[in-house]
Design a protein. Structure first.
Lengths: 86, 112, 169
């Protein structure tokens, strides 16, 4: 029962990932792409947690934590860059 | 007992994933950058938090690390969307035609 | 420049905060972990005191702590409520939005208070802080009624502000 629910949940996350990716491809402005990138990273954190559940290994959570940290810095840096104009 | 916790956790995971899905759907459907930030980065924050809580139900021993990720997300997500919105506004992205009022642009013009 | 007594208290709060963070990160209470944690927290606090000082603007009176709890309860309720509202807008085929950027004046004085206010506003969907200039906040709303645009905008932040005022001032 629980396993089926988790698989359905993972499928919803995958669909979220695909839609954010569509926005990333479509743009149209650089700002739209950065927003899409931000959403992609947030969904990716959930994806890493699903992976940790599937593999039953808690160590993967450290990956999620470091990824959250790095993507935050990345978005901030790109936003600064955006402010000055591409 | 642990089976019940597993099912509660799985339901929370499902709810979180649905919010992730709706957030991305908003990102795809909204007409301009600001509304995309609104729909995209915040419904997904709640979605991720629910996923974290659901995982904590299934694996109580991961609780501390999940809490840390959650606290971190609660601080960084709003900051990055604020910085993004500010950068977008400064770089004069086109706003949706539906926008009725922009007092920030008015005030910037007055000051310059 | 804060009085020496205040500075000691601030340093202590910072060290304890960083140390708790370190413990969460490690998830263990071994002696070597604790010793490393204390040394590193103390080092960071002493080296970066100027940059971190706004963390200690929290008041530690019983009233402030109570307001803190009520703030978090209110915050999570609001987070859930506004996410559902946003979900409804997104799945409605006609996409009923009427965006506007409005300015709101806040009564909060401390930096941490204003930061928390801006973050709370941003995390509740439907409103997004675009810019802060002194006591003025610029907030983007997904749906702002045209008839309401001339009236007082303070209702957007009133809920969070009343708690944060007690917590930070």
């Amino acid at each position: 029962m629980a396993e089926i629910l988790i698989v359905v949940a993972a499928l919803f996350s995958a669909a979220a990932f695909v839609m954010a990716l569509l926005r990333f491809i479509k743009g149209p402005s650089p700002a739209d792409r950065v927003v899409a990138f931000d959403v992609l990273t947030i969904v990716a954190i959930s994806a890493i947690i699903f992976t940790a559940l599937a593999a039953n290994r808690g160590i993967y959570l450290d990956v999620a934590l470091v990824y959250a940290l790095l993507s935050f810095l990345g978005v901030i840096v790109i936003a600064r860059f955006l402010e000055k104009g591409f | 007992m642990s089976e019940l916790l597993d099912i509660i956790g799985a339901l929370l995971l499902l709810a979180g994933s649905i919010f992730l899905f709706l957030g991305s759907l908003g990102l795809l459907r909204m007409p301009d950058v600001f509304n995309r930030i609104q729909a995209g980065t915040k419904a997904t924050t709640l979605g991720t938090l629910l996923v974290l809580i659901g995982t904590a139900f299934i694996h109580p021993d991961w609780g501390f690390k999940l809490l840390l990720i959650g606290v971190f997300l609660l601080f960084t997500n709003p900051l990055s969307s604020q910085v993004l919105a500010n950068a977008a506004h400064r770089s004069h992205v086109t706003k949706s035609k539906l926008t009725t009022l922009d007092q920030l642009a008015e005030d910037r013009e007055e000051n310059s | 420049m804060p009085a020496p007594d205040n500075k000691k208290r601030d340093l202590l709060i910072l060290i304890i905060t960083l140390f708790l963070f370190w413990l969460l990160l490690n998830g263990s209470l071994a002696v070597d972990v604790i010793v490393t944690g204390i040394v590193v927290s103390a080092l960071i606090t002493v080296l970066f005191y100027q940059g971190l000082s706004f963390f200690t603007e929290l008041r530690l009176t019983p009233a402030a702590i109570l307001a803190g709890f009520r703030y978090y309860v209110y915050f999570f309720g609001e987070l859930l409520r506004s996410n559902l509202k946003m979900a409804k807008i997104v799945i409605t085929p006609s996409l009923p939005i009427q965006p506007a950027i409005v300015r709101v004046r806040t009564r909060l004085k401390s930096r941490m208070g204003r930061l928390m206010l801006a973050n709370s506003i941003t995390l509740t969907p439907g409103t997004l802080t675009v810019d802060m200039q002194g006591e003025w906040l610029y907030i983007h709303c997904v749906y702002r009624d045209e008839t309401a645009k001339e009236q007082d905008t303070h209702d957007l932040i009133a809920g969070f502000e009343s708690y944060l005022e007690v917590m930070y001032g």
